[in-house]
Design a protein around this ligand. Structure first.
Ligand SMILES: [Zn+2]
Length: 215
């Protein structure tokens, strides 16, 4: 294992080469067993009659459950309304599911070429992000700190729409082919940080020099 440190903190020294270390994962690396094999393309298929019946039943069940919840919410005699578990809405890591799929595909492709690629920081809570901001400002002051961290309200990490990847060889590998996986580098000064290729785009927008533009 290589020594790791959080990259979104500022480097202790200003150097022209990117830091070789990678930050510790905010969550366990998102290299699930499913990521070991690239998702096979699913050919469009006409659903069988049985599948249609199952889907109709599922829809009816969902509608029934929703109606029960509505009645409860309106003070009716039904069972108390329960919130859907968060896991049903987002990936367990908190990352946007589509971004997670793209990262998993890249991770699998890298592994097939013998290159290690893993998530070192994905989703962050607003509290975690604010802590990073506070630390950066305390250590490096403004405006230098603003080049590296964004406030919780603007951070794509907090929205589940950004990943920091590692190790060095991994993000170097991905940097040469990120668009093919629907990923883009966002900041020149953070070459390990990737966000989804915008919907409808075929090429990545030019990266910002650093994060300071968003403050
Ligand atoms: Zn990042």
């Amino acid at each position: 294992m290589t020594t790791t440190r959080r990259q979104d903190r500022l480097p202790s020294t200003r150097v022209s080469t990117p830091p070789p270390a990678v930050p510790p994962p905010r969550f366990p690396p998102v290299v699930p067993p499913a990521a070991a094999t690239p998702p096979a393309p699913v050919p469009p298929a006409r659903p069988s009659r049985g599948a249609v019946v199952v889907r109709v039943l599922v829809v009816l069940l969902v509608l029934g459950a929703a109606a029960t919840g509505l009645i409860a919410a309106l003070g009716g005699p039904g069972a108390p309304a329960r919130d859907l578990p968060a896991a049903a809405q987002v990936a367990p890591t908190g990352m946007d599911p589509e971004l997670e799929r793209r990262v998993a595909a890249a991770t699998a492709a890298a592994a097939a070429e013998g290159v290690e690629l893993s998530v070192t920081s994905g989703w962050r809570s607003a509290e975690e992000q604010q802590r990073l901001v506070d630390e950066a400002v305390e250590r490096h002051g403004v405006p230098e700190a603003y080049r590296w961290v964004l406030p919780p309200g603007d951070s794509a990490h907090v929205q589940g729409l950004a990943v920091d990847l590692g190790p060095l060889e991994g993000w170097l590998w991905l940097g040469e082919r990120a668009e093919a996986f629907g990923l883009c580098r966002t900041y020149v000064n953070e070459p390990w940080h990737f966000e989804p290729l915008p919907d409808g785009a075929t090429t990545c927008p030019a990266p910002h020099p650093d994060a300071s533009w968003a403050w």
